[in-house]
Design a protein around this ligand. Structure first.
Ligand code: ADP
Length: 499
């Protein structure tokens, strides 16, 4: 039977989605299922790993059945996933020994502080490209080994194995045949050396994690095994696995060094294709592996994120209740011609890159009797764009070439007013693709390029059409004024809560 589709499995933080893409990389059908977020204590976030698995099976079956697509018509599976989330399971029984500890989970902050106090920060930065933080998998694995009874002994005997979500899915989809991960996921664990391209024994010693637990690291597009016929009715090769942000970068066609994308979702994620060598940041941004296509060289990226992106709009909707739905913010912002002097610092959870102040808190400056809901809506959109501008400037100063185009995606990128503001504040052109589902698209491209379903990177570039272009048009003086006021407001929001 002719191969007509690629099945993308997009395993996210709050839901799993299965999307069928055709030979022109167009979406044919989608299925989605949410799953439970478990919050056992303040700062702790878990998922049931088996529920994640079920949601992936369900959505895959759903999208195939509803559209009468048999497994024989599927060329391959591409997997993209929430990164850093940590699962440890028993290789004999197949049962996780603990819930998946989600990337957002802060329970290992103390361990991280101890590692910093012991002077390990620079070593980790050099070897992994990451800042030492509870966000990444390393200290989460250690926590499970230290807190689940008997876990450490079993791990040392090679009976417990570790994986990020890609690894967990592939191990189960292949009926336990493949214990593997890809470089874009491995590099988010604090255990993987981005210079040598392998797990690092020195870091594993420091973290007290037995190497026997770790999956084999493969290129992003490669042969990860076959999804079992017992599940799908016929075997389907798994041809890619890629972390969600790297996938969005590839899917948004940032294939050449110097190209950059920003995803406007709950948070904002900027990712710059830095080329074939690791670029270290002087501004606390992350150096990360973008991807490695089988038979090609590794592409490295610089990454910076903003905690409160679209989440700020959610807060105006659910907290302040000045809008009923997220898209309404645009019309509200357009009721005023400017911000009326209002600056909104969304440091609800402290300030991230490039300020890194966990004691800063959200604040609004410049309030007068004349301030309206419209001004606040406008200040909120500006705040999203200004935070992105801060990370962008940090990135620009880390590289020796000029960045002159931003590609965008994510739910809030549909907001034209926000995109125009962004272009004005960055002073560069913005391109928004027709298909903003770039996360699933990246894994699809990777899988199809591996199997030959797609011919070449040039061909996939032709599949993507630009929906809208934004050019900077704000007068220079106005831009300088906004940037200056923003900086003053940032300074005043710093150090608000008492340690
Ligand atoms: P995620 O994948 O992080 O859940 P999405 O890419 O689905 O995020 O984008 C949803 C986010 O974008 C929400 O935080 C929502 O508040 C925001 N959002 C959606 N539409 C708009 C809009 N038109 N203008 C501004 N923000 C929006």
């Amino acid at each position: 039977m002719a191969k007509k589709y690629i099945l993308a499995l997009d395993q996210g933080t709050t839901s799993s989605r299965a999307i069928l893409f055709d030979a022109k990389a167009q979406i044919v059908a989608t299925a989605q299922q949410e799953f439970e977020q478990i919050f056992p204590k303040p700062g702790w976030v878990e998922h049931d790993a088996n529920e994640i698995l079920k949601s992936v099976y369900n959505t895959a079956m759903d999208v195939m059945k509803k559209n009468s697509v048999p497994a024989e018509e599927i060329d391959s599976i591409g997997i993209t996933n929430q990164r850093e989330t940590t699962i440890v399971w028993n290789k004999k029984t197949g049962f996780p020994v603990y819930n998946a500890i989600v990337w957002q989970d802060r329970r290992t902050s103390g361990t991280v502080d101890a590692l910093k106090a012991a002077g390990h920060e620079e070593l980790f930065m050099k070897k992994t490209g990451l800042v030492l933080d509870a966000y990444f998998s390393g200290t989460k694995v250690k926590w499970i080994l230290d807190h689940v009874e008997g876990a450490r002994q079993l791990a040392e005997r090679g009976e417990l194995i570790f994986g990020t979500v890609d690894t967990w899915l592939i191990w189960n989809l292949t009926r336990r045949r493949s214990h593997v991960t890809d470089v874009s996921n491995a590099c988010r664990t604090l255990m993987y050396n981005i210079q040598t391209g392998d797990w690092d024994d020195e870091l594993l010693d420091i973290l007290e994690i037995p190497r026997a637990m770790l999956p084999e690291v493969r290129p992003t597009s490669s042969d990860f095994g076959e999804a079992s016929s017992g599940l799908f009715g016929s075997r389907i090769p798994i041809a890619s696995a890629v972390g969600d942000q790297q996938s969005a970068t590839f899917g948004n066609l940032c294939l050449q060094p110097g190209t950059i994308k920003n995803t406007y979702g709950t948070g904002c994620f900027l990712m710059l294709n830095a080329g074939k060598e690791v670029v270290y940041s002087k501004n606390n941004l992350l150096s990360t592996v973008g991807w490695l296509r089988d038979g090609h060289q590794t592409t490295y990226c610089l990454e910076g994120s903003v905690f409160m992106g679209g989440a700020l709009v959610q807060w105006l909707r659910d907290g302040l209740k000045i809008i009923d739905s997220a898209p309404e913010i645009e019309a509200l912002a357009l009721t005023e011609k400017d911000n009326g002097g209002v600056y909104f610092i969304p440091a609800f959870a402290g300030l991230g890159a490039p300020y890194w102040d966990s004691y800063a808190r959200g604040s609004m400056f410049g309030l007068t009797r004349g301030v309206t809901r419209g001004h606040i809506a406008r200040a909120a959109l500006e705040a999203i764009a200004l935070q992105v501008q801060d990370v962008f400037s940090a990135m620009q100063s880390d590289v020796d070439f000029e960045i002159n185009l931003l590609r965008v995606d994510g739910g809030a990128s549909k907001n034209n007013t926000l995109m125009q503001l962004q272009s004005d504040l960055l002073g560069i052109r913005i391109e928004r693709p027709e298909n903003i589902e770039t996360t699933a698209l990246g894994a699809t491209f990777m899988a199809g390029l591996k199997t030959g379903f797609f011919e070449s990177a040039d061909q996939i570039a032709e599949f993507s059409t630009i929906d809208k272009v934004f050019e900077p048009k704000m007068p220079h003086a106005q831009r300088e004024d906004i940037l200056g006021n923003w900086k003053r407001a940032i300074e005043r929001s710093k150090g608000w809560i008492q340690p």
